[in-house]
Design a protein around this ligand. Structure first.
Ligand SMILES: Nc1ncnc2c1ncn2[C@@H]1O[C@H](COP(=O)(O)OP(=O)(O)OP(=O)(O)O)[C@@H](O)[C@H]1O
Ligand SMILES: Nc1ncnc2c1ncn2[C@@H]1O[C@H](COP(=O)(O)OP(=O)(O)OP(=O)(O)O)[C@@H](O)[C@H]1O
Ligand SMILES: [Mg+2]
Ligand SMILES: [Mg+2]
Lengths: 256, 256
């Protein structure tokens, strides 16, 4: 049942959280049961779905260190088929506390086992680093969705990320595959966007999603209202593009 | 002599590297001797100044773990008054190797002591996290320059960053002050930019630089040519805004 998809890229600000929140919400709107796990101590996925991250008890941190069972950390969102496991800055503590535990990379994978079959899709939002929290997320996942901004520094970082994924495949999670590369914040008016897009498509061919997420200010307004784009402005190009991405993911899985 | 200014914000993609490269280059153009220390394993400041990060030996990693003296890691850039200490992905190793050292937060401060007086300004670019590399940079610094995007998630993270700065002031670096808050990627066409800017100015008053960095595609094109904006396109609004920021920093220090 449940497909676990980690959304990762150590380059900062490429649209990991925006993609995690909106692709999960769009799949939920299409009737798929989804869970979003916020593994970033910034807690942006948590506030992006309207939760107060300082008030959610227990959160993923307590679950990872064994202080709470995972089903008590699951929060129902305002969307019927979408649940969340929240996080906040306490999660930074896990990077230190997990370091001395045997099989520290397997903690997230182990806690997700008991609830995995309750959902069709489980998305994991990660911080902009390749530390223990992202490592846990790559080990727990079956596939990795890589958002990438159409910018030079983002392209430069892709090699480092793919290198880390290969390491994880070699040592701890041989079944890990790249689900897809998603071009985000595409601005059709600039040469830079066109050049970077052409380069990525040349390198990664059909691994790149057909759907390209355009630069759309409605996407950056929505989090301040704690809503995914489809509840904030269903007619925006941002909403259209994430709905199209959700359909593309479902079609790759063989349709509804 | 040398003022050490760390550029930090754990939120990803807010313009830390773009600010580090360009404010250092503008001050160098105005005749100030500057050093840029790249403390981010992504090595974006290093490639943003035209260096191949995989070929720079030694880099800041070898200096931090005591394998090379700092003066051998200093690279001359194509600008007369601007030097760089490069980094690359090996720097991730420092987070692990430094953990078990006594006074692990003081390593960068200690290595900078011997060269501090050779420069008027030393800027430190940091990764998007509050881990050991950023901690080292906050302890080494006299002031912190905080770039912040005019976006909701960036505003949300500011509290966490100021909390960490207070912790560092309390325990290890009592003299650390906030140099200033710099608004970046400002898009005058959107309400969001106007709202976030108004909120930040209300909270932080004269700590906020007068200079606001606009969204300017030339700033994101420049790194692919390995040049700061003033060498890539001196007539762009991006170049004008960073020159104005450099003048503002000099004026706050009492003029040339
Ligand atoms: N397609 C888009 N159009 C306009 N703004 C966007 C788009 N995608 C994301 N944003 C905005 O850009 C900023 C960065 O996006 P986001 O926070 O999702 O990236 P991230 O990779 O999760 O960042 P971090 O590395 O800090 O976790 C946010 O303020 C977000 O609202
Ligand atoms: N004022 C601006 N106008 C347009 N693009 C910008 C501007 N400032 C930065 N950029 C671009 O936005 C992206 C993010 O900027 P940058 O990499 O400097 O942020 P950062 O905070 O250093 O990111 P990280 O958290 O990954 O270290 C880069 O691709 C950069 O070229
Ligand atoms: Mg995020
Ligand atoms: Mg950077």
């Amino acid at each position: 049942m449940g497909r676990i998809i980690t959304i990762a890229n150590q380059k900062g600000g490429v649209g990991k959280t925006t993609t995690a929140v909106n692709v999960a919400a769009c799949l939920a709107m299409l009737g798929q049961d989804c869970l979003l796990v916020d593994m970033d101590p910034q807690g942006n996925s948590t506030s992006g779905l309207g939760f107060d991250k300082h008030k959610c008890e227990p959160n993923i941190y307590e679950v990872l260190i064994g202080k709470a069972p995972i089903d008590r950390a699951i929060q129902k969102t305002e969307m019927e088929h979408l649940d969340l496991i929240p996080s906040n800055v306490t999660l930074t503590g896990a990077e230190i506390e997990l370091v001395n535990i045997e099989e520290r990379e397997l903690q997230l994978k182990n806690v997700l086992t008991s609830i995995k079959d309750n959902y069709k899709y489980i998305f994991i939002d990660t911080p902009p680093s390749l530390g223990l929290l992202t490592l846990n997320s790559l080990v727990a996942a079956e596939t990795v969705l890589i958002p990438i901004q159409c910018e030079y520094y983002a392209l430069e970082g892709l090699g480092q990320l793919l290198g880390t994924i290969t390491l994880v495949q070699g040592k701890i999670n041989p079944d890990l595959k790249v689900e897809g590369i998603l071009l985000t914040m595409f601005d059709a008016r600039t040469n830079l966007s066109q050049q970077i897009t052409a380069e990525i498509k040349k390198c990664f061919k059909d691994k790149v999603y057909q759907t390209i997420i355009p630069c759309n200010v409605r996407l950056s307004e929505a989090p301040s209202f704690g809503k995914p784009i489809i509840l904030y402005d269903i007619n925006s190009t941002g909403a259209e593009s994430y709905i199209s991405l959700a359909r593309e993911i479902i079609n790759r899985d063989g349709g509804l």
